[in-house]
Ligand binder design. Structure first.
Ligand SMILES: C[S@@+](CC[C@H](N)C(=O)[O-])C[C@H]1O[C@@H](n2cnc3c(N)ncnc32)[C@H](O)[C@@H]1O
Length: 228
């Protein structure tokens, strides 16, 4: 069953943010709500892949994680996430890097990721959200790599837009040997980034003319206890 949780922002951690670092927003909040619904992270070893400000890493650490590894490729994001972790004295190890670095520090009981997922033409590349013509250039390697990142019995929560292809993500995770299902969804108005991409989304037949909302979806992936 999927839910559209009422996103209660009052409970979210307030994070510092250097210029150019992603501002936690509806997708971040939907994933945080899904984590709470999944029972939190008590005593778990957690990875926050694509951490940005560290918002999800801080959320995981505050809900009792034994340790959190937070990764981002952007130096300013790494600095920001370190600032947010250290100012709260939380057990978060913030590292600069990609999936290879994540693999060196795994496996993890819980993997969280709000990766860049906005489809775009060749022109616009901002690693906070741009992710290739189909929006999947970070998501696909993550789906393929999850079996190696997760401990047996571990789970992942990934968030992305309907425009990135929910069916593709579910199929890719299942092909990698994981259980996969949609656990939360929320329909939100386009922000400035999607407004600026509306023409491309229309050309790619992802939206109709005048459409200005998107559904954001959280997908849960489970590795079985037997590790298969
Ligand atoms: C949509 S933001 C999410 C930030 C944060 N998790 C949140 O929800 O507020 C995506 C983040 O992924 C980072 N990123 C982009 N490509 C990456 C990659 N290949 N490996 C690690 N981080 C990446 C960007 O620098 C950006 O901070």
């Amino acid at each position: 069953m999927t839910v559209s949780p009422a996103l209660d922002r009052s409970n979210h951690p307030r994070v510092w943010r250097l210029p150019g670092v992603y501002r936690p927003q509806e997708d971040s909040f939907l994933l945080a709500a899904a984590l709470q619904d999944a029972g939190g992270t008590r005593n778990a070893k957690v990875l926050d892949f694509c951490t940005g400000s560290g918002f999800l890493a801080v959320t995981a650490a505050r809900s009792g994680a034994a340790s959190v590894t937070a990764l981002d490729i952007a130096p300013r994001a790494v600095l920001t996430a370190r600032l947010n972790a250290r100012s709260r004295r939380l057990p978060i190890n913030v590292l600069r890097g990609d999936l290879d670095v994540a693999a060196q520090h795994g496996p993890f009981d819980v993997v969280l990721s709000n990766p860049p997922y906005v489809p775009h033409d060749g022109e616009c590349i901002d690693p906070r959200w741009d992710a290739g013509p189909d929006g999947r250039c970070v998501l696909d390697p993550l789906c393929d790599g999850l079996p190696n990142l997760l401990s047996p019995g571990g789970f992942a929560l990934l968030v992305h837009s309907e425009f990135t292809g929910v069916g593709e993500t579910l199929a890719r995770l299942r092909a990698a040997g994981l259980g996969a299902s949609v656990v939360a969804r929320d329909r939100i108005p386009f922000g400035p980034v999607l407004h600026s991409r509306a023409q491309y989304l229309q050309q790619a037949r992802l939206i109709e003319q005048g459409e200005a909302t998107e559904e954001v979806v959280v997908i849960r992936a489970d590795r079985s206890e037997s590790g298969r």
